[in-house]
Ligand binder design. Structure first.
Ligand code: SF4
Length: 161
């Protein structure tokens, strides 16, 4: 995967104060997308082990509540992306929260034998494509009212506990 940029402390992409990582690549082409520069899978720079350690170190402060993965659409990273989430959990356990923004619909993630693991690894998923005609400033955390804010603990999918 490739990473485009990182916000070290942000409070509009999930609850609390969060590190926000923008990964390259999205195939959904939602009209009115606010981040078209992130659509190319060649944008940004390779997300190396060194970059990952730097990113995780940014989270490792008491004033940071967790990390938000967005883009682009990080779920296009598939198994590689899930590996990042697993290593994040290995380092932080449940002391930091994980939010993931994706254009995949909730049911499509549930039905995918690989991607569904994100329900075990992440705390919150903001799912679905942005639809400009359904823009809803009142719906918190997402841009249009078709999109869902999923708290994974409410779903019994791949959860061990
Ligand atoms: S899923 Fe997100 S990044 Fe991708 S085109 Fe839609 S709004 Fe843009």
């Amino acid at each position: 995967m490739r990473i485009i940029h990182v916000y070290p402390a942000d409070d509009v992409n999930g609850e609390g104060l969060r590190v926000v990582a923008f990964f390259a690549g999205c195939k959904w082409n939602c009209p009115g997308c606010f981040n078209p520069q992130t659509h190319s899978f060649d944008a940004g720079e390779p997300f190396t082990e060194e970059k990952e350690n730097e990113l995780f170190d940014m989270v490792d402060h008491p004033y940071i509540d967790g990390i938000t993965f967005t883009g682009g659409d990080p779920l296009f990273g598939g198994e590689e992306f899930l590996g990042i989430l697993r290593r994040f959990r290995e380092r932080f356990g449940q002391t930091k929260t994980i939010w993931v923004y994706t254009g995949f619909e909730t049911q499509a993630i549930i039905d995918d034998s690989t991607l569904s693991e994100v329900f075990k690894l992440a705390d919150v998923l903001c799912t679905g494509k942005f639809i400009k005609s359904r823009t809803s400033p009142k719906k918190k955390w997402v841009g249009s009212n078709n999109q869902e804010v999923i708290h994974t603990k409410d779903y019994d999918i791949h959860r061990d506990s």
